[in-house]
Design a protein around this ligand. Structure first.
Ligand SMILES: *[C@@H]1O[C@H](CO)[C@@H](O)[C@H](O)[C@H]1NC(C)=O
Ligand SMILES: *[C@@H]1O[C@H](CO)[C@@H](O)[C@H](O)[C@H]1NC(C)=O
Ligand SMILES: *[C@@H]1O[C@H](CO)[C@@H](O)[C@H](O)[C@H]1NC(C)=O
Ligand SMILES: *[C@@H]1O[C@H](CO)[C@@H](O)[C@H](O)[C@H]1NC(C)=O
Length: 474
């Protein structure tokens, strides 16, 4: 309230400053403010603040600040490049458009999202927010780890996919559970062990590890309904979890074994397992979700020591996929490894994924898909524009731990903004097979005159377009 009142009072002063820019002494200013409202403390002592090295924010003549911000934010010609606010506070100014903030903004968020503050001139129309940072998610702290999610209430346009990060302390478990939908995981760090049993009683146990010694992390997949557990080994474990429904927290999506038993009449539980009810006296009353272990498991590589002999045998298709053993598909500016049920990961019938490595300044080329793409940034800094059709597009900035969604058919690219660091990210699709369309390949394989007449570019230029997919350009 006080701030609004102060601003209202300051407006005449600001316009005075603007009209002749003759400086008001600090004394004059406080006298003026006190006269208007004795409760208002003089906010600003221009001379003393400057002497103390505090940058004046509100009283610097607006035109001067605008000139400065223009100079800082963009170097002409403006072709939609990212505004460069390095060394100055981001301001909503681009070229002749916009005007600096008069009241404080959340500068940290502005600095992470220059394309929100000073969007490229190529952005147009209204595209809903397509980005969510895991850092904005509520984190559930538990004995033995934590979990945080990006679900439909965080990122409403993502209807097909939700994600979560889960951390397990050394030897801690994600308890026995199953889901109505498919679960896919990428190991972000550490080592662990998964165990599962399918509907025919065939079982599976395998170690999982994150990017260790420069290798790529493992991926796993549990089909809908398949009950499973995860245990961290002595390094601890962090996983990106992907679920094939954006509304992951909806009732009827996740089922914990301990929760089920605690909510079933005890005599029924006892009869089911053929034991005395007293056997189940000490089961948890509420499901722990994550829990600590009372005995360390056999080390990495020793999973078979824990395997129970299964008369039904092992599941026909492994639930773990080792990215580290997969060949890269290389483009001029990086490489990609694609996993899906049709190509190389038969069990993963409801989720296709691509692990993308973009070299410094490189770019995942202009393309689109036949399913929503869910994006997770593992490391680096990127910029992407979502083209929604009908002269509508919006540009977003991404960094590690950010998630995003490009709805089905939206044209997009992902550019690595760093001249020195790689950009590493995952593309996830609720689909049995990865599929994308490349703008460059399309133009290269279309009759020349059609392209010449539409884009007014020469045949010689079009000859340089690759007829094979580049995936990542330099
Ligand atoms: C951004 O501006 C800073 C300060 O003027 C400059 O050092 C830097 O090179 C600029 N970065 C880019 C990408 O233009
Ligand atoms: C990683 O490298 C270190 C040092 O060479 C080695 O001791 C360790 O066993 C390696 N870890 C794995 C999981 O390969
Ligand atoms: C169940 O166990 C309790 C405690 O050991 C015992 O007193 C009781 O007789 C048992 N009941 C049955 C039906 O075996
Ligand atoms: C194509 O571009 C050239 C060079 O700018 C211009 O002179 C010409 O009018 C353009 N043609 C069409 C059909 O727009």
């Amino acid at each position: 309230m006080v701030r609004i009142r102060v601003l209202t009072l300051l407006l005449p002063i600001l316009s005075a400053l603007l009209s002749d820019a003759s400086p008001l002494a600090d004394g004059q200013l406080s006298d003026f403010l006190k006269r208007q409202d004795p409760q208002v403390k003089p906010l600003l002592h221009l001379a003393s603040r400057e002497a103390a090295g505090v940058k004046p924010r509100h009283l610097r003549p607006v035109w001067e600040k605008a000139k400065r911000a223009r100079r800082d934010s963009i170097t002409p010609p403006d072709v939609g490049q990212e505004a460069n606010f390095t060394g100055s506070t981001p301001e909503p100014v681009r070229g002749a458009n916009g005007a600096p903030f008069l009241s404080p903004s959340n500068t940290g968020i502005d600095e992470e999202n220059p394309d929100n503050v000073a969007p490229p001139t190529t952005d147009a129309g209204v595209v809903p927010n397509l980005k969510w940072s895991m850092a904005q998610s509520h984190t559930r702290l538990l004995k033995g780890g934590w979990v945080r999610e990006t679900v439909i209430t965080d990122l409403p346009p993502s209807k097909d996919i939700a994600g979560a990060e889960i951390r397990l302390a050394p030897n801690a478990y994600r308890e026995l559970h199953w889901h109505r939908i498919a679960e896919w995981g990428y190991i972000l760090g550490g080592t662990g062990r998964i165990a599962a049993v399918d509907s025919t009683g065939k079982s599976y146990i395998s170690d999982i590890k994150g990017p260790i010694n420069g290798t790529d992390g493992d991926v796993y997949y549990f089909p809908p309904g398949v009950p499973h557990s995860i245990q961290a080994l002595d390094d601890g474990l962090e996983i990106l979890l992907i679920f094939t429904d954006g509304n992951f927290d909806a009732l009827g999506t996740t089922f914990m074994l301990s929760d089920w038993l605690a909510h079933t009449p005890l005599d029924i539980v006892a009869q089911n397992f053929g034991v005395n009810t007293s056997v189940f006296n000490n089961i948890p009353k509420t499901d722990p979700y994550i829990l600590e272990s009372t005995a360390p498991p056999p080390q990495l590589g020793e999973a078979s020591q824990q395997a129970i002999p299964d008369p039904q045998g092992e599941v026909p298709n492994p639930y773990v996929f080792h990215l580290s053993t997969q060949k890269k598909t290389t483009g001029p500016g990086g490489w990609v490894k694609i996993q899906d049920s049709v190509t190389n990961f038969p069990v993963s019938t409801e989720l296709a994924s691509a692990f993308v490595y973009v070299e410094p300044n490189g770019m995942r080329e202009l393309h689109w898909h036949t399913a929503d793409e869910w994006l997770y940034i593992i490391s680096g800094k990127g910029r992407a524009t979502a083209f929604a059709g009908s002269a509508t597009s919006r540009t977003f900035d991404f960094e590690a731990g950010d998630t995003g969604v490009f709805p089905v058919s939206y044209g997009h690219y992902v550019k690595n903004l760093s001249p020195t660091e790689p950009l590493i990210f995952l593309e996830l699709f609720k689909a049995p097979q990865f599929a994308d369309f490349s703008a460059t390949q399309w133009l290269a394989l279309t009759p020349r005159q059609v392209v010449i007449d539409l884009l007014n570019i020469s045949s010689e230029v079009i000859d340089t377009f690759a007829t094979t997919k580049q995936i990542v350009v330099s």
